[in-house]
Every structure is written in C-alpha cells, then in structure tokens.
Design a protein around this ligand. Structure first.
Ligand SMILES: [Zn+2]
Length: 343
C-alpha cells in the first residue's frame, strides 16, 4: 500500500489507482488526490473512479495518516470526469463532507448520469451533425453505457461554485479558480500560503490535456482554455500538483509548451479545412493524434479527437479563418474565401 506523501506541513498526496483491466495501457495509472489540513478538518481534492478498488485504496491511505472519511470536511471536485468525481457519492454517504464543484460541470454530470434511454435521438443527431459514422457511434455508445457506472450517479453537491474565483476551506489561503477547457467548469485550486497550484487536469507535465468543444453550443472552449492557461501562468507558483503523473516545478515553462502545442494543432486543423465544406469528423481524420493514427483509433478515441478538432474549429471560426455551414443536418466547415493559409 502506498503511503501518502507530504509536500508541506498538512498537505498530502494520495494515489488512487485506476481499476485494474478496465482501461487501455496508455491510460494514467492513478488519480492523484490531495489532502489539505484546515482549521476545522481536512479538505480533499478529487476522489477516484466509482469502483470498490478505488474506494478501498483511498480509505487505506487515509488510515495510514490516522484519518477516516469522517475527517474530510470538504471534498472539492476539479471537474466532472469519473476519475475525479466518481467516488464523491460514496464518500458523501460515509463521511458527509461538503461536496464542492463548479455549476457548469455539475450540469454535465446531470446530463451524463441520465439513463441513456432518456437521451432519445439527441445522441444520434449530435454525432450525425459532426459527420460520425454509425459504427463509430455504436462503439461510443458501448463505452458510454459501461462508463456511466464510474460516475457518481447519485451525487448531490453541497456547494456549486458560480464565479471565476472563490474562497474554499476555512483558512483563507485556498481559492478555487475557474480554469475551463479540459471541461467547461474545470477548477484549479491555488494555495497562497505554500504557493502550490493543484491543477487537476488543466496543466499536466507530460500529457497535453484533452480540450473538449462546448457540449451545449459553440462557445470557444479552446480560446477559454488558452486564456485560462495564460491566467495561471501569472500566479506565483513554486510547485504544480496535478491529478495525474507527478508534481512538478516550472509552471510557466509548461504553459508555454502547451500554448505552442495548440498553435501547431491549430495550423494542422486549418490545413485540413478545405474550400469545400467538410465535417469535423473528416477534418479530425487528417490531424496527427498523439494517441495514434486515425485508422487505429477506436470509437471513444475518435469522439475525443472529433471533439478536440471541433474546439479548434470554433476558435478558428472566432478568428474569422473558417466558416460553418449547415447542410443536411450536418455542421460543415470551410476556409473563409480570400483567406490564404501557408504552413
Ligand atoms: Zn483525469
């Protein structure tokens, strides 16, 4: 059993392993959760998948510190993904902490945890508009049905954050900052006393976080992500404590790498947009993905690639470089005539 690592007085990192055998080998091995001592109890950041092995690992590591779930006064969820939010309901049922997340991500949890039958034709319409093939949609549906159980299906958060910067805990040193992009309501926690940034999946060391397109409209999520990267770059941070891999120094250097990564990808997406209207799916199939070549990607990874492409298309549209046209229920993209692009 892993013993929690102490990074400063009263700040611990817990490793909650991903459930064995459920994920491809390129998935991260665990969710890193953090415990921060407050005046009237502990504040925990993130949880782990809704799975017994994760629950047991978490409780064992708390026990190694002489703690139980009843010592957790606040549980802060950085974003709705199940490796972060999954155990929130079980933790709430046992320890009754105040569960905190951003309202924007809570809206998404409610959508996902609705039984799939209630989605009606919404999923087909959505996938069809992106140009997805029916076999890709089937694969995605399969993963979605399976994955639903890893979410906190019965969660009812106690505190829904609304703004961009909110005080959390009771020591006056922690702030939850809205850092959208990976998800629309992703938050990072800034610890002013220790100059730590608990970055969730907003900034990771070796992985460039997936940036999703707006699920409910065509908000420029990539633009929001790049803006929020530039925002955290301005913070006085000595150590970044992310939710995967390992803590690291050099926040501004890492942010610069991520900004460059998206510049390159924007160029790739723009090159794949022709003068004829093309679906996000067909544009995505021409982009270079770190997870592999398009033909080798399964339905889930294709959805992620299409979503990421769409986020880039929304930004390019905002910049006036591409146009979107509706044709036969599809949202297609083409270069703005007169705009010349060279690599
Ligand atoms: Zn994650």
């Amino acid at each position: 059993m892993k013993r929690p690592i102490e990074f400063a007085s009263g700040v611990y990192m817990l490793e909650v392993p991903f459930p064995e055998g459920l994920f491809p080998p390129d998935s991260p091995p665990c969710t890193l959760c953090y415990l921060i001592k407050q005046s009237s109890g502990w504040l925990m950041i993130d949880s782990g998948f809704n799975h017994s092995s994760c629950f047991d690992a978490l409780c064992e590591q708390l026990a190694a510190l002489g703690l139980t779930l009843r010592d957790i006064r606040w549980l802060v969820i950085t974003h709705f993904h199940p490796d972060h939010s999954g155990l929130a309901s079980r933790i709430k049922a046992v320890g009754n902490p105040h569960v905190i997340m951003h309202r924007t991500d809570w809206d998404v949890v409610q959508l996902i945890t609705t039984p799939l039958e209630n989605w009606g034709t919404g999923l087909e319409d959505w996938a069809g508009a992106l140009g997805m093939m029916s076999n890709e949609l089937e694969q995605f549906r399969h993963v979605a049905v399976f994955g639903r159980g890893l979410f906190p299906v019965t969660l009812a958060p106690d505190i829904l954050l609304e703004g961009e910067d909110s005080a959390i805990g009771d020591t006056g040193t922690l702030r939850a900052l809205l850092t959208p992009g990976h998800t629309p309501g992703h938050i990072s926690i800034y610890d002013k006393r220790n100059r730590f940034l608990f970055s969730g999946d907003h900034v990771l060391l070796g992985i460039s976080s997936h940036v999703t397109a707006d699920l409910f409209g065509d908000d420029d999520m990539l633009g929001n992500y790049l803006d929020s990267l530039r925002q955290v770059r301005l913070l006085n941070v000595d150590l970044v404590l992310p939710a995967h891999e390992k803590p690291f120094t050099g926040l501004s250097r890492r942010v610069d790498e991520l900004l460059l990564h998206h510049e390159v990808r924007l160029d790739q997406v723009l090159s794949a947009v022709g003068s004829r209207p093309t679906s996000p799916r067909d544009i995505a199939s021409q982009v270079q993905w770190t997870t592999g070549v398009w033909d080798g990607l399964d339905g889930m990874h294709r959805i992620l690639a299409i979503q990421e492409t769409l986020a880039h298309l929304h930004l390019l549209k905002n910049q006036g470089q591409v146009d979107m046209v509706q044709q036969d229920g599809k949202s297609l993209y083409k270069q703005v005539s007169g705009f010349s692009h060279s690599l």
